[in-house]
Design a binder for this molecule. Structure first.
Ligand SMILES: *[C@@H]1O[C@H](CO)[C@@H](O)[C@H](O)[C@H]1NC(C)=O
Ligand SMILES: *[C@@H]1O[C@H](CO)[C@@H](O)[C@H](O)[C@H]1NC(C)=O
Length: 424
């Protein structure tokens, strides 16, 4: 006789067999099998891809959109997605040389008869009638991506815990005549020889010598720094006479997945929140500005809280579920972020790790990782329509421009089915 676990809905168990279930529960309680998970690692597939090559000179910036990138095909459940910048030899590149402002991977449908013209700009893509975004379930219109991180990429855990996965490529969801594709946006800043490395990474306008944004619109004089000033092909100020060879680089991204199977996988939804969201119950509209500024603290703040800038917002979660993962995204100067319930109960708190050395993954002064939350399955439920509070803290012992306070959670609407024994 062989005992084995099977995934089955308890209610589907034939009444005549219910004693089997009782026996199974008793057996399970008497041994240590109750928490055993089916670990079938042979089903886990993985692949490593390279983005198209990009070339950076000292001070130069790329913010490119790569259309139709390599991605595992078919109906799959993504279990892990991470990335890093590497050189031509595949060697990881230090943030001190190439600051990875962000990489973002977005999902879309393109009509099959569309001409596959290379597209570098997001605006051009959005104007196409043969194109449809497939957004995450979050509330910010301008944060529609599925995956993406910044300098913290190398030391941030991104795996989706069992039995959950991010379901993609379901042929039943693709509109007739369309196919599913993926887009990658990489924003990187070469800070070799920079006059002010941190200033370049914070996109301080004065260092970029720009007066108009990438669409040719004049930049407000009180806008000191941020994405409007460090767009594609701008250049941050480097030390006079500093010369270095152009560098050919790639974003190397790694994906782990399992072929989709309704019996053993449960889908999770992706929600991305932004601390700059100006949502109010009265207007119900989400306006996410993505970036904000942290002002230098005054002497009163220095005496009272040691110069912590706290940004806070609250918003409504239209549809709830069980939280299975959470992580924040902050820039240098960040000292932690948390998602709370209205009554102050912590849903997830995520804090940065700063590097202490020179090697990739440990660059001093940079955020090289963010801590993550993996609540016990079923232990943390957000109710439909619940109001949440997002808080993002930065050190304000100096001014920061273009900082971010995003929070990313994965939510499951279903819990794993109880496991029953079958006796074969
Ligand atoms: C800044 O930009 C102006 C006009 O675009 C240009 O004439 C000037 O040389 C630039 N200065 C530096 C330091 O690059
Ligand atoms: C942010 O700072 C405030 C003020 O010091 C503190 O009360 C709060 O716990 C901090 N939040 C996080 C998420 O670190």
């Amino acid at each position: 006789m062989v005992l084995r676990f099977v995934d089955e809905k308890v209610k589907m168990i034939n009444p005549q067999l219910s004693w089997f279930y009782t026996l199974a529960v008793l057996l399970a309680l008497s041994c240590t099998f109750t928490k055993a998970e089916i670990q079938d690692n042979s089903r886990l597939k993985s692949a490593v891809f390279l983005s198209p090559e990009f070339v950076l000179n000292p001070g130069s910036v790329i913010n490119k959109f790569y259309h139709n990138i390599d991605f595992p095909r078919g109906h799959i459940g993504i279990k892990n997605f991470n990335a890093e910048v590497v050189d031509e030899a595949g060697v990881p590149v230090s943030l001190q040389d190439t600051y990875l402002h962000h990489w973002v991977v977005a999902r879309y449908y393109l009509r099959k008869d569309s001409k596959d013209t290379p597209l570098n700009s997001k605006t051009k893509l959005l104007q196409r009638s043969d194109f449809k975004w497939v957004r995450n379930d979050g509330v910010c219109d301008n944060l529609g991506q599925y995956f993406g991180l910044g300098s913290e990429t190398r030391k941030t855990d991104t795996h989706v815990p069992d039995p959950y996965a991010i379901e993609v490529g379901n042929p039943d969801e693709v509109p007739p005549g369309y196919e599913e594709r993926w887009l990658l946006n990489v924003h990187a800043i070469d800070t070799r020889g920079a006059v002010d490395r941190l200033g370049c990474t914070e996109c301080k306008c004065s260092l970029y010598n720009v007066t108009v944004d990438e669409y040719g619109r004049h930049i407000r004089p009180d806008y000191e720094g941020g994405l409007w000033c460090c767009y594609d092909e701008t250049r941050c100020k480097v030390k006079e006479g500093f010369q270095h060879a152009p560098r050919k680089l790639y974003l190397r991204y790694s994906i782990e997945w399992i072929d989709w199977d309704d019996k053993s996988l449960l889908p999770v939804k992706i929600y991305i929140f932004d601390v700059t969201d100006t949502w109010k119950p009265s207007n119900g509209k989400h306006q996410c500005k993505i970036e904000y500024e942290v002002n230098h603290c005054d002497s009163l703040a220095m005496a009272t809280n040691g110069c912590i800038d706290t940004m806070k917002t609250s918003f409504n979660m239209p549809r709830g579920g069980y939280v299975v993962y959470g992580v924040a995204h902050q820039h240098a100067g960040g000292i932690g972020s948390a998602l709370y319930r209205k009554d102050g109960g912590v849903i997830c708190s995520s804090t940065p790790t700063y590097g202490k050395g020179n090697e990739p993954g440990n660059e001093a002064g940079y955020i090289v990782g963010m801590s993550t939350c993996y609540p016990d399955p079923g232990s943390l439920k957000i109710q439909d329509g619940e109001t949440l509070v997002l808080e993002s803290n930065y050190s304000s012992t100096r001014k920061h421009t273009g900082v971010m306070g995003l929070f990313y959670i994965l939510v499951a609407e279903e819990l794993p089915r109880p496991k029953a024994f079958s006796i074969i």
